[in-house]
Design a protein around this ligand. Structure first.
Ligand code: AHR
Length: 476
């Protein structure tokens, strides 16, 4: 399931999705221009409220009359949190963008008691302190939140309440027990390593699963890539690292499963993935303890879109185990959608918007394992295929959709044999190509173009790919 993530961070919530004084604000203070943009991405699941923010968050601060909500220090991002947007606002907003919430609980400064109270507040029908408080606050019916993240990046020293793997798995075991006692139908996501390079990677996963295998349904993976070295082929090769990360965590969880003689499979929730580095210097210059500061406002360039497309293809290749794939984040903060504080356009799309929009809209159904041999190049640590591709069959629309990234800086003939599906005709084919690798899209001049040189012969898809291009071919 494709998804996204919105955190109380910078201008993600305030000046992003919530801005009552904005000219496009609706009766709830939500920006309608942003709602329309988010709907284009068709993300059925949105993780909230953090991220690092959640590890210092009191969810009770964000409920009840707005004029009684406290202003707090957000220690994770050294900002001021007004709590004018909280749980009920998020749920209301999710309905407007056709998404379900993935609610994260604070295991940094809080723990079992807060988590079970939150589940009771959200999901218990009525007649108890917390469920009746929810009703008093305007939600008569239970919110029925199904997916819950149990903590965020607890392996990281930067996290408020950072824990060792042993401390975390004990806490997960007890928190999950209490959450499930309130609502046995919840699905729980435990923290895996916060990145593939973390020192405790591998042993963290093993310890957590050894001790909490039966308590959780998913492991949460996070990974961001950068291109500080300004080396295109190394940068585009990072999809191999991403692929290895997924394969390794799958192998670790299956090894634990075997040792436990278990019949249960742990799936993966890749609930934070993207490129992140452009804004790092600017963030250091931001004044601390302000409201909605300009933080993590990466302006993505063309090469970032190619990598995001390649990472999305990698997720689809692992669709048998990666059941949740949330691009981090959604609006203004390392985001596909940006808002301007004034002037027009009030909303603009980053380069990475286009590949993500195409996979989230059309990368639905059954991923077909490609039979393909493609030339490779040698990056420092990996052998990287010049072309990444995947086909997806959507039984609802009876379409086969092929996604392709050409990482070669030359035209490339592409052929894909799909013998597991009956192919019809090409109904649409687009490409994203021809831009300088460092071009960004503030002026909205970059867009998808038609891919013309494409045909289907029998069960074979053929296309002439432009150098450095993201491509999508829909066949019906
Ligand atoms: O998405 C930005 C931050 O990245 C999140 O708060 C945290 O979970 C990760 O380190």
């Amino acid at each position: 399931m494709w998804g996204s993530f919105t955190e109380h961070l910078g201008r993600s919530v305030y000046e992003g999705i919530y801005q009552p004084e904005h000219e496009t604000a609706d009766e709830d203070g939500f920006r309608k221009d942003v709602i329309e943009a988010v709907k284009k991405l068709k993300v059925p699941l949105i993780r909230y409220p953090g991220g690092n923010f959640v590890s210092g968050y009191n969810w009770q601060d964000g409920i009840g009359p707005k004029d009684e909500r406290p202003v707090r220090l957000d220690l994770a991002w050294r900002s001021l949190e007004t709590n004018q947007f909280g749980l009920h606002e998020f749920i209301k907003w999710c309905k407007k963008v056709n998404a379900a919430p993935d609610m994260a609980v604070n295991l940094g400064t809080r723990g079992i008691d807060e988590a079970r109270n939150l589940v009771e507040y959200c999901n218990f029908p009525k007649g108890t302190y917390w469920s009746d408080l929810r009703r008093k606050n305007g939600a008569e019916e239970p919110l029925n939140i199904k997916v819950w993240s149990v903590g965020n990046e607890m392996d990281g020293d930067w996290q408020i309440g950072h824990q060792t793997a042993h401390e975390y798995c004990r806490l997960v075991h007890e928190t999950a027990k209490a959450m499930r006692l309130v609502d046995p139908s919840v699905e729980l996501v435990a923290c895996c390593s916060s990145n593939h390079q973390n020192d405790t990677y591998g042993s963290w996963e093993e310890t957590v699963l050894d001790n909490a295998y039966d308590d959780v349904d998913y492991l949460s993976l996070h990974q961001y890539y950068d291109n500080y070295e300004d080396n295109l082929s190394e940068f585009l090769g990072k999809s191999v690292d991403f692929d290895n990360f997924i394969s390794e965590v799958t192998a670790i969880s299956d090894a634990v499963k075997a040792r436990k003689h278990s019949h249960k499979q742990i799936n993966l929730a890749f609930d934070e993935w993207n490129v992140w580095y452009h804004s790092v210097g600017a963030d250091d210059e931001q004044e601390p303890w302000t409201q909605a500061p300009h933080l993590l406002e990466d302006h993505y360039d063309f090469e970032d879109a190619l990598l995001v497309g390649s990472l999305a293809i990698t997720l689809l290749k692992h669709a048998d185990r990666v059941k949740i794939g949330c691009l981090a984040q959604l609006v203004n903060v390392i985001a596909p959608i940006m808002t301007n504080t004034d002037g027009s356009p009030s909303v603009w799309y980053q380069t990475i918007f286009y590949p993500f929009m195409q996979v989230s809209n059309y990368g639905q159904g059954i991923a077909l394992t490609p039979k393909q041999t493609v030339p490779t190049y040698q990056a420092k640590e990996y052998e990287v295929p010049y072309v990444d591709s995947i086909a997806v069959y959507n039984p609802e629309t009876a379409e086969v959709v092929v996604f392709i990234v050409n990482k070669a800086n030359e035209q490339t003939a592409f052929t894909l044999d799909i013998d597991s599906a009956k192919l019809g005709e090409v109904v649409a084919a687009t490409q994203f190509t021809g831009y300088d690798i460092h071009q960004t899209n503030e002026d909205q001049s970059m867009n998808l173009q038609d891919l013309k040189d494409v045909n289907v012969v029998g069960n074979q898809v053929n296309a002439q790919l432009e150098p450095l291009s993201w491509n999508m071919i829909r066949i019906k």
